[in-house]
Design a protein around this ligand. Structure first.
Ligand SMILES: Cc1cc2nc3c(=O)[nH]c(=O)nc-3n(C[C@H](O)[C@H](O)[C@H](O)COP(=O)(O)O)c2cc1C
Length: 184
């Protein structure tokens, strides 16, 4: 049931990942799901940079060094985390959004469409027994220094993925849907 998949999906962090690899076929299945997100004017603005295997080491080193270079509050533990997150994952996908060149849509609609693509990925990963989370470190704003990006393309974060042992925790929501809803 889709309701069950939606409700049991969790943010699963690299510290929880085991050493089991994620196959290229699994990554492709997750990406295919992204491409079925809805879009206004069919701009299909989601773009992805896949770091799988050796490229994760390159991302980890770059991420940690970029953190060191740009932070005003350097901490060794955070430097290590910026290296560990990409390298401990089974795969990392940079989530990017390509603005439609004529600007015929407001940016928020293209961000929204990209976020819907990410939810498709997250639910598909969960269905495959792969844990994931969307992380938004400050280094994402410099991704074009590591990977060439098009004019109008922007990185919105990293989708970290990994297999895990055991059960996922129950989710927490601070308030019910009734409290967030008005029936007119
Ligand atoms: C746009 C977006 C950005 C996020 N960025 C981060 C992040 O930078 N760090 C983090 O720990 N979690 C991040 N998350 C994951 C949330 O922390 C997580 O989804 C939330 O705690 C709810 O938990 P659940 O997904 O397990 O229900 C992000 C989620 C979204 C949708």
């Amino acid at each position: 049931m889709i309701q069950e998949t939606i409700q049991s999906r969790r943010a699963v962090f690299p510290a929880q990942y085991n050493d089991q690899p994620i196959s290229k076929a699994e990554v492709e299945t997750i990406l295919k799901a992204a491409n079925w997100a809805p879009t206004h004017k069919r701009t299909e603005p989601w773009r992805f940079k896949v770091f799988h295997g050796e490229a994760q080491e390159k991302l980890g080193t770059w991420n940690a060094e970029k953190y060191k270079e740009t932070t005003a509050n350097f901490k060794d533990v955070t430097y290590k985390k910026f290296y560990d997150n990409p390298t401990k994952s089974g795969c990392v996908i940079a989530i990017c959004m390509q603005r439609e060149p004529k600007g015929s849509l407001p940016e928020w609609e293209e961000v929204a469409a990209t976020a819907m693509a990410v939810q498709n990925m997250w639910l598909t990963a969960h269905d495959l027994g792969i844990g994931a989370f969307w992380g938004t470190p400050g280094t994402m704003n410099y991704l074009n220094e590591l990977v060439p990006m098009e004019e109008g393309e922007k990185c919105l974060g990293f989708f970290f993925m990994g297999k895990y042992d055991g059960e996922l925790p129950e989710g927490i929501r601070k308030s019910t849907i009734e409290e967030k809803t008005v029936w007119i």
